[in-house]
Design a protein around this ligand. Sequence first.
Ligand SMILES: [Zn+2]
Length: 289
Amino acid sequence: MKTLRDHIAEAENKHTALGHFNIGNIEGLWAIARAAKAVGVPVIIGVSEGERDFLGVRQVRALVTSVAEQLGYPIFLNADHTYSLEKIKEAVDAGFDCVIIDGAKLSFEENVKITKEAVEYARAKNPHVLVEGEIGYIGQSSQLLETIPPGVALDPASLTSPEEAKKFVSLTGIDLLAPAVGNIHGMLKGGDEPSIDVKRVAAIRGEAGIPLVLHGGSGNSDEDFLKAIKAGISIIHINTELRVAFRDAVKKSLQDDPDEVAPYKIMKPAVQAMQKLVEQKLKLFSGLS
Ligand SMILES: [Zn+2]
């Protein structure tokens, strides 16, 4: 069985990217798993600290393992944005495939310190678990936004610099890096998000020497994604768009049949809407559309 590291290397060789989608319930898990199998590509399921609190850390691990085994399919589990070592340890101990230690809001030195500690813990516990580090602040919420959140790095001087990325990787020993390259978490209500600085992506990939992860993919154009993948992005995170698809489908379902009380009937259109969206994104990321 190939590891997540193998799949990432394979994607990079083929100039494609893996999709990373968050879940907050079993509806999301089935939608993503079925979409990945339909498209024929591996997939990463992400759960933030809040999503883990809601689902249960060990319970979401068991659910993802169970679905992956039943479908006979590579579905990996990532502890998305984790802000403390305690929560990193909890996810590593539960058998997650990947963890993200997010020190992007800390000083460079503090970020290096906590990230290095996360890497040391993960390595000692399980040599296969991948650790992702973050530099450059891109906002924190996967919500619909009125405006770009304050403090988000968007001008060339505040984007992640290739030199800083190189230093960060060598000081921490991370496996994956999430830079700030014009991407933002969440999705602007008015549409039109800033575009990705693909030249910066290519320069960071060259200096960092490890695969790059693009966060905050919701709201970016298809063309932007293709250019970013070509420049060196290996994993793309989509969360807000999936949450919107879920919310809209549940709303419609309740409006269409106000007397329906069976949760699985109310939720069915939401699973279908999320699956459709994930299929579209996976086809795009893997060069099949
Ligand atoms: Zn993110």
